[in-house]
Ligand binder design. Structure first.
Ligand code: MF3
Ligand code: CO
Ligand code: CO
Length: 304
């Protein structure tokens, strides 16, 4: 966004004249104590220590791992779908965390975010200008908010990761457009993920669509390989990275999870060490799927 462009807030003013921090920025709330997971549920290696053990997992998965991932991914997708039905004005993000936590263990899975690098909750809930990694707290959702719910489930030794952005009550037109274009960015990225093609075609397609609608692409947070590890190789930027010429191969499993902003793409992190917000307070949206590269194209694993 250049200073003479119209402001992203929809006022029709030039950005440099209009832009000021949002009137009601999201503020840190009170975080409830960490929830426990029944002992019979299989735990990822970091569940007790907070730190994933060192070692790299191959980007191309065996058929056996893929089979387990299909299940974990479907479970994550079902939990996300159900969590989305709770979104309404007055519902706190902590209530969404409780629902995701209970739904995950009801399916025999462990909520992957819980204690991952010390993360204190079972899901990420990112409201308005929060880009990602928002921690559920006692803030009630407000009419006009947008909220991303990012669900990851660990089942039978593998993770499935998916997220979506939901509208809270009556949402302004600019924000609805942001959410819709972001959804399309994920679709474009998925369409570009084919065997034999360079990985950077994914980010190229996403960035092209975002820029065509005067939206910006978050650069610090990227898609990632996933399997027995939550985050592995390859890294999947959502912008065009010419040097990234890795060729996609059948058996690769990774996420595509574009975060798209109305204004500045740069972020800062709250003192909680997790919550990433845009530096200018502009809203962002995100959608995520876990996909498998197949012989002919790809398969979206995180469908309910
Ligand atoms: N689910 C997020 C992703 O898409 C990662 C969350 S890590 C956490 O990669 F620790 F914040 F949960
Ligand atoms: Co992810
Ligand atoms: Co995720």
């Amino acid at each position: 966004m250049k200073s003479n462009d119209p402001c992203w807030c929809g006022s029709g003013q030039k950005y440099k004249r209009c832009h000021k921090p949002l009137e009601r920025p999201v503020r840190p709330g009170t975080i409830s104590p960490m929830r426990s997971v029944p002992p019979l549920i299989g735990r990822p290696p970091y569940a007790d220590t907070g730190e994933p053990p060192p070692g790299r997992e191959p980007a191309v998965k065996s058929a056996e791992v893929v089979e387990r991932m299909r299940v974990a991914c479907r479970v994550a997708a079902e939990i996300l779908r159900d969590a989305g039905t709770l979104v309404a004005p007055g519902v706190t993000t902590d209530e969404i965390d409780i629902a995701v936590h209970e739904a995950t263990i009801a399916r025999g899975a462990y909520p992957s975010p819980l204690n991952y690098h010390g993360y204190p909750k079972s899901v990420c809930t990112s409201v308005n200008e929060v880009i990602c990694h928002g921690i559920p707290d006692d803030r009630p959702l407000e009419d006009g908010d947008i909220v991303n719910i990012d669900v990851t489930a660990y089942l039978d030794g593998v993770h499935g990761d998916t997220n979506a952005t939901f509208l809270v009550g009556e949402v302004d037109k600019g924000s609805r457009r942001l959410v819709q274009i972001t959804r399309e960015c994920l679709d474009r990225g998925i369409a570009a993920a084919k065997p034999g093609r360079p990985l950077n075609e994914i980010g190229r397609a996403i960035e092209h669509h975002a820029h065509a609608h005067d939206l910006s692409v978050i650069r610090t947070f990227v898609g990632h390989g996933i399997g027995e590890q939550f985050h592995g190789e390859p890294s999947v930027p959502h912008y065009y990275e010419p040097r990234l010429t890795t060729v996609l191969e059948p058996g690769m499993v990774f996420t595509i999870e574009p975060m798209i902003a109305m204004g500045d793409h740069r972020e800062r992190i709250w003192s909680d060490g997790w919550t990433a917000v845009t530096v200018d307070g502009s809203r962002t949206a995100q959608f995520e799927h876990t996909i498998l590269i197949t012989d002919t194209g790809n398969e979206v694993l995180t469908r309910a």
